[in-house]
Ligand binder design. Structure first.
Ligand code: PEP
Length: 252
């Protein structure tokens, strides 16, 4: 693992029923989790409230998507109002970003239902749903319009503390084909170098870069040993409480 606090996110995607999610929550509540790890789960929107009301506060909640602007006549969308957010256009093409939200005095839907995070730019949103760079860029623009800089003014970002970058090779997502620890390490180093050149050495060293793509209880330990792997984004294996706990506890 790298020098930042280990981060493990579970993306439940469009899975679960009240019954299976209650079981998952109860497994997570009774799991023993290493204390020095940030743990976040992203339930389907319809179950966020159920999860928020039953899951231990030890685990934070993420949204799986957000709208490009203020609320209104946008059937099926979810609005947010971040007071801090960031989306780098170069990253939009390659990475899924987790953007942390802080509670705003104008409570909007995501914060109202207890989400502290939102996933933006996941490859499933691009390839299956059809979101393109332009649309994701609009989401970014809305987030940026809340008082923050754009990629060209990246050094105007006031704080990178709550930004986590997930590197997820598309061929590894949900396929059972995991990147080798060396492959992942190589890309994570490249991302860190990008940050160093385009932002600052300090941000490069403290921003957490996590790996996603067929991580499971069997392969997490070797991946976690890599110097630049600061955690994981987990899909399928996050639906099994004990296995997800093994992944959280793989921090080295
Ligand atoms: C993901 O969708 O972000 C993911 C990493 O999925 P899986 O772990 O199932 O490959």
């Amino acid at each position: 693992a790298g020098s930042g606090k280990f981060f493990v996110g579970g993306n439940w995607k469009c899975n679960g029923t009240k019954e299976s999610i209650s079981k998952l929550v109860s497994d997570l509540n009774s799991a023993k989790l290493e204390p020095d790890v940030d743990v976040v789960v992203a339930p389907p929107f319809v179950y966020v409230d159920l999860v928020k009301n039953s899951l231990t506060d030890r685990i934070e909640i993420s949204a799986q998507n957000s709208w490009i602007g203020k609320g209104g006549a946008f059937t099926g969308e979810i609005r947010l109002k971040p007071t801090f957010s960031f989306l780098a256009r170069d990253f939009i093409k390659h990475f899924c970003l987790y953007v942390s939200l802080t509670i705003s005095h104008n409570v909007e839907q995501l914060t109202d239902i207890g989400c502290k995070w939102v996933i933006l730019g996941h490859s499933e949103r691009r390839h299956v749903i059809g979101e393109d760079d332009q649309f994701i860029g609009k989401k970014a623009a809305y987030a940026l319009s809340q008082g923050l800089g754009v990629i060209a003014c990246i050094d105007a970002v006031p704080s990178w503390d709550n930004v986590v970058i997930a590197y997820e090779p598309v061929w590894a997502i949900g396929t059972g084909k995991v990147a080798t620890p060396q492959q992942a390490q190589e890309v994570h180093v490249a991302v860190r170098d990008w940050l160093k050149k385009n932002v600052s050495a300090e941000v490069a060293s403290k921003t957490r870069i996590i790996y996603g793509g067929s991580v499971n209880g069997g392969n997490c330990a070797e991946l976690a040993k890599q110097e630049d792997i600061d955690g994981f984004l987990v899909g399928g294996a996050s639906l099994k409480g004990p296995e997800f706990a093994t992944i959280v506890n793989s921090v080295t």
